[in-house]
Design a protein around this ligand. Structure first.
Ligand code: SAT
Ligand code: MN
Length: 565
């Protein structure tokens, strides 16, 4: 299949000495990111898709897309891809089958999922494969058709366990195991069956004494999940290390011990290339040295790849569109949403438990986005229900991962706004219900690596130094670290985070942990407007927690982190 892709020009072979097994793909210039406007949840009832999803009646969707599909694969090879989401032998794993006319998709699915025999074996063991049963499989139909954005639709039929995607060949639009199945369809299944499908990374933080604490973290697309998942400890943090289990999606179940157990349903990483470097994410760089498909990056003259932020640029090259490029010619060499697709097995920090059938027990859940203002570096929720509110009220600046404007703050509950396969009001209720079943629930935190000063400079160094914040989180989970109670949750005081070796002024740290009452109260008004959209479907607990925050913030003067209450 790779040879075929090289023959057709769908893939370009990179330098076999410098980048063994690596391929370059250029997508259509009109097809470079997920298309949220063209993504639909086709539930029988519009209310079941909810106010944050596009909805189309199933009959209309089958009809409209059917007409685009009709004849679209004529003269092409159709690939049939059976794939398993989740570890082999895990009771939580699920099978999908994707039909596609894209060789790029077929080759990518072989990396991102456990494709082929393991999935077939699983179906043979589980039985008929009737949809709607745990033993069934999710049916995915995909065609590039003619890549015309006006005939592009990504439709999900949660009640049929089916996905129809047409007119795009890129990323989450086309690799149906990922966002379409493992998040949109799986979130619906999880609600019916009492588990959770979440847009989260999964890591184990190992302390010098060998104790490993597992953390899942929800961040919107292109907000640093892959960097955090592969974090390398800075020199001052010797003895600590981060184990990678996943960088995008987790499926979580209530264990017999009352804890929340997580698996990564994927088998590879589909990471954002620009900004990835030996400084920001050395383990990702090591991961993509071989057997990687690069999409929409720059091709350097020695047939290796380059992207903005990786290193000094080559003297010239072919940009992501394949056009001649020189540094400073005014164009980006790599598209801002260019990606690497690579097997998890390549990752040097991959946890030995990453494919454990029962998963790993999660001690902490992180929520975070890009917030230049408002959100402090880190805070801890009061309890599970408050944590659900913190996740539900998340907001983040938009990125290049989805088509549309970049840098606009929008509410993105649990980083699931584009990925929840049903009414988000019901989704919040499901989170609350999960909490009632957990006798040892994870602690819930909010983090923000992206706070800026008045000149727009990031206040926090980020990347490896995020470990300092993770250490406070881990210590809170084990009852070892201090905190101060504030109106929004527990914050670390100045002495609670190890800042040794960091060149940060007290003023900067104070600013990172400051709660700007005015900005918060304004944000709470925006939250209220957002939650109002869910009407009756919004659980009371969310509104109560919001009102509690308003009352605490307006009723009392804020005690800063330097002056514990
Ligand atoms: O949806 S993609 O898989 O293209 C990537 C993302 O947005 O997280
Ligand atoms: Mn993602």
């Amino acid at each position: 299949m790779t040879r075929q892709a090289l023959n057709t020009g769908e893939m370009i072979e990179l330098n076999p000495d410098l980048s063994p097994g690596c391929l370059l793909h250029r997508s259509d210039v009109n097809d470079v990111a997920r298309v949220e406007d063209l993504t639909f949840i086709c539930s029988g009832k519009r209310e079941d898709a909810g106010p944050t999803n596009n909805w189309m009646a199933p009959s209309e969707a089958y009809d409209r897309l059917g007409r685009i599909f009709d004849g679209s694969m004529k003269g092409r090879t159709m690939y049939v891809i059976p794939y398993l989401m989740g570890p082999e032998g895990s009771p939580f794993s699920r099978v999908g089958v994707e039909l596609t006319d894209s060789l790029y998709v077929a080759l990518s699915m072989r990396i991102m999922t456990r494709a082929g025999r393991v999935a077939m074996d699983r179906l043979a063991v589980d039985g008929s494969g009737a949809p709607g049963t745990a033993a069934g499989f999710v049916r995915g139909l995909h065609s590039k058709a003619d890549l015309d954005p006006r005939k592009r639709f990504i439709c999900h039929f949660p009640e049929d366990q089916a996905i129809w995607s047409v007119g795009s060949g890129y990323g989450g639009n086309a690799l149906l195991g990922k966002k379409c199945f493992a998040l949109r369809i799986a979130s619906h299944l999880g609600r019916l069956e009492g588990w959770m499908a979440e847009h989260m990374l999964l890591i184990g933080v190992e302390a010098p004494d060998g104790e490993v604490t597992y953390i899942a973290g929800a961040f919107p697309s292109a907000c640093g999940k892959t960097n955090l998942a592969m974090l390398e400890a800075p020199l001052s943090q010797r003895g600590y290390r981060v184990w990678t289990l996943g960088d995008d999606i987790v499926w979580m179940h209530v264990g017999e011990d009352g804890r929340l157990w997580a698996i990564n349903p994927e088998a590879g990483f589909f990471g954002v290339a620009p900004g990835t470097s030996y400084r920001t994410n050395p383990n990702a760089m090591r991961t993509v040295q071989r057997d990687t498909i690069f999409t929409n990056v720059l091709e350097a003259p020695n047939r290796t790849v380059w992207w903005e932020g990786m290193s000094d640029p080559p003297g010239h090259g072919a940009d992501w569109r394949g056009r001649p490029w020189t540094p400073g010619n005014g164009d980006k060499g790599a598209h801002p949403n260019s990606r690497f697709t690579v097997p998890a097995a390549n990752c040097p920090t991959l946890s030995p438990h990453w494919d454990a059938p029962m998963g790993v027990p999660v001690s902490a859940i992180l929520f975070g986005g890009r917030r230049a203002k408002v959100a402090p570096l880190v805070y801890e929720s009061f309890d599970w229900a408050h944590g659900v509110y913190v996740g539900a009220s998340m907001a983040s600046e938009t990125t290049a991962a989805a088509a549309g404007q970049v840098g606009v703050v929008r509410r993105d509950p649990m980083a699931m706004l584009p990925f929840c396969g049903y009414n988000m009001g019901d989704y919040f209720a499901h989170w609350l219900e999960m909490g009632r079943r957990l006798t040892r629930p994870p602690k819930v935190f909010h983090v923000n690596w992206f706070r800026t000063d008045d000149r727009g400079q990031f206040l926090w160094p980020g990347f490896g130094d995020n470990l300092r914040v993770l250490r406070w989180i881990v210590d809170r989970c084990h009852g070892r670290a201090g905190a101060v109670e504030t109106a929004i949750g527990f914050l670390p005081t100045l002495g609670d985070i190890d800042l040794d070796g960091l060149d940060l002024s007290e003023a900067t740290i104070g600013e990172l942990l400051r709660i700007d009452r005015g900005a918060w109260l304004e944000d709470l008004r925006d939250q209220t407007a957002f939650f109002t959209r869910f009407g009756e479907r919004l659980p009371r607990a969310i509104l109560e927690r919001l009102q509690g925050t308003v009352a605490r913030l307006s009723g009392q003067a804020y005690h800063g982190p330097a002056s514990p209450a």
